[in-house]
Unconditional design. Structure first.
Length: 111
């Protein structure tokens, strides 16, 4: 947990891309601040900072759809995190397994 400050040199919030370890599916994108990153490291479960509610939230605390953290990797610039998890239930508040389920464009459909 030493030197976490390097992740917050550009902003007080850092994007965290959450990926299911078993399938490599991107489940969601959320933001972490210093406190939520520390809580994630301390507890082994994901904690994020809600930009709309301006408070910390533990993913799955009310729904039971927890994310057990297996690894956290920083990108080359230390300004984005990749969080690999074991997902229990749906990751999305809509009930979808992943938050990424709304097709916008697909090159395969153009051919």
């Amino acid at each position: 947990m030493e030197n976490l400050e390097r992740f917050f040199l550009k902003s007080d919030l850092i994007p965290a891309v959450v990926v299911e370890e078993k399938t490599s599916e991107v489940l969601m994108l959320a933001y972490m601040n210093r406190e939520s990153l520390k809580k994630t490291l301390e507890t082994g479960y994901t904690w994020f900072y809600s930009r709309s509610r301006q408070e910390l939230w533990n993913k799955g605390a009310t729904s039971g759809h927890l994310q057990k953290v297996l690894s956290i990797t920083a990108d080359c610039d230390d300004d984005t995190l990749l969080v690999k998890v074991i997902q229990t239930g749906a990751a999305c508040h809509t009930g979808s397994h992943s938050c990424f389920f709304k097709p916008l464009w697909n090159a395969k459909e153009e051919q």
